[in-house]
Design a protein around this ligand. Sequence first.
Ligand code: HAM
Length: 416
Amino acid sequence: MAEPVSTRPRGTEDVLPDETPRWRRVERIARESAARAGFGEIRTPTFEHTELIHRIGDSTDVVQKETYDFSDRGGRSLTLRPEGTAPVVRACMQGGLLGGALPIKVFYVTLSAFRYERPQAGRLREHHQFGCECFGVAGPVADAELIVLMADFLAAAGIRSAVVRINSIGCDRCRPRYREALLEYYRERLPDLCADCRRRWGQNPLRLLDCKVDRPAALGAPRSVDHLCPECAEHFAGLRTLLDRAHLSYEPDPLLVRGFDYYTRTVFEFAHAGIGAQAALGGGGRYDSLVASLGGPQLPAAGFGLGMERLLAALELEGVGGEPRAGCDLFVAGEDAAGAFDLCVQARRSGLVAEFDPLGRSLKAQFRHADRLGARHVAVLGGPSRAVSLRDMRTHQQRDLAPEDILRALADAGGA
Ligand code: HAM
């Protein structure tokens, strides 16, 4: 179906200049929060070999039904990344980080991710994530550090009402037994399940717990926390103790499962009730087998990803604005656009924010424009004997100066 060239593709968003300050603010806070906890920034390509993305789990909807796969002109099969974790594992392996000193702690912001989903509020075909990944720590301190980091980041960004739910879905040793218990429980309920769940039953029965259609069935289902091996049980208890020590309130949720196959033991999700059906702001967990399954060393790992669009929607509800706009230090007014251009260039080169009217409007219109910009000073060109009159817009004081003295006068006034 051809779409007009004047509309963006379905499920994508533009960020116009009025909206970028809100993005910049959360990106800054994300960088500060991650850096304070010792995470270094990582950037990876927008597309990867299809093979890598499909290796993260062919029984998940994201990988099975939602990837953007394409062939390039050289006949390679490539896929737009649907998430950050597998690409980051690949990059850390390829960059030789996973063979060096541990732990390795990396974060990404703002990472674009592509999923061919049915667009709705909070669900896009291109969305963006802030995420953190930690490699090399088997104990629950890594899980706790990530959950606390995310909670503290959300608080610093201005979210007051996020709830974090946690669960443990066991490991490769204890999960098969749990899987059997789930299959057994759901076997006789199969006819009542939705088409998606009937398909999931054989492939990925944990996802049945997530079914929005048959909630009562999930509520009565066997729980992973009752099937944990002693090591997984100890890990989960350890995590809860650490969260308590950090005075972080959380809700244990035995029905919490996540959309990717790679999780082991801990899973967690932060939700915000105000942003509608797609309430998950972000989530993550432990993935102790993924690195090895992508060809790397046997290395425990954990991480989270947080949806920037959903976070910004929640912040809007909570009345939080954006990064303050850089104020205009100097507006150069006058009929001589070339002279205004010259002075602006000099002012900008000296570090000031300077603007002029390139359209040659009346002096009155130019002053209105300077007012709208909140200009701190206005220089009016074209006075007697080349003098420039410099007006302080706060004190309304005005003086005539030679053009070459303007920048010094502004510097003496504190730059602006
Ligand atoms: P995820 O839960 O699929 O996890 O995505 C993380 C967050 O990205 C979600 O909670 C949501 O806020 C946002 N998100 C996901 N899909 C969409 C969409 N279609 N439209 C808008 N926002 C969306 C992951 O991606 C894992 N890689 C997280 C992780 C990192 N686990 C371990 N390390």
